[in-house]
Design a protein around this ligand. Structure first.
Ligand SMILES: [Zn+2]
Length: 227
């Protein structure tokens, strides 16, 4: 591997130094252009899918909360109503998991059945949104309080054998305990709010907020006005 060495010509280096020296110092209380850009970069404007492919697994948004073999995961004791899935489950091998948007990790818990759960809080132009990732192990250096960028790998899919999959939800609101829920009852029971509470279809949410592709050159063909 050849080390990349960049040498700036002396004249250019001097010009650069002069430019920096002449840059006006920001007035206290007024954000400089650079600060404004930095603040905007931290905002979640665009979202992306946390995995490179997005093939539905057994459960979608609002599906009854069951294993793929149909075994019910949870019911309301009083009514027997099966809880409903707040996320979309996605087929995956063991692979890296990316942040869906710029944000900050605000939660990490380990469940013996479901392995690691991670919450990332995003400041969007329409308020606070939390993305929920289950069956994921965070990588070294990623903990509560870590800022992440859209597309940044922060974890890896947990091995659950034949049940290995990825669970991804979008909670539209700031943190509350229910942001951790992988499912909710169809009607309020046992102190839990009714599905969907503040959850929305995560696939639809991301799809509507993907960063537009760079403009491609389009050759306009003259259409026959008779058509
Ligand atoms: Zn799930």
């Amino acid at each position: 591997m050849t080390p990349a060495v960049f040498k700036m010509p002396l004249a250019a280096a001097m010009a650069f130094t002069t430019m920096v020296a002449l840059t006006p110092q920001p007035t206290p209380g007024i954000k400089s252009g650079a600060e404004t850009i930095a603040a905007a970069a931290g905002k979640a404007i665009y979202f992306q899918y946390p995995l490179p492919s997005w093939d539905p697994h057994c459960l979608g948004f609002g599906s009854e909360w069951r294993y793929c073999d149909g075994t019910v995961l949870r019911r309301c004791a009083a009514t027997g109503a099966v809880w409903l899935h707040t996320a979309v489950d996605i087929k995956t091998a063991i692979q890296p998991v990316m942040a869906a948007a710029n944000g900050v990790i605000i939660g990490y818990i380990v469940d013996p059945q479901f392995r690691g759960g991670v919450l990332i809080r995003h400041e969007t132009t329409n308020g606070i949104v939390i993305t929920q990732y289950w069956h994921v192990w965070p990588r070294d250096g990623y903990r509560v309080g870590t800022a992440v960028r859209k597309g940044e790998v922060f974890g890896d899919i947990a091995d659950m054998g034949s049940r290995t999959h990825f669970h991804f939800a979008v909670f539209t609101g700031d943190y509350e305990a229910n942001a951790w829920r992988g499912a909710l009852p169809p009607a309020r029971c046992e102190g839990f709010p009714a599905f969907p509470s503040r959850f929305v279809n995560a696939t639809d949410y991301v799809q509507a907020r993907l960063q537009p592709e760079p403009q491609k050159i389009v050759h306009h063909c003259r259409l026959d006005p008779q058509l």
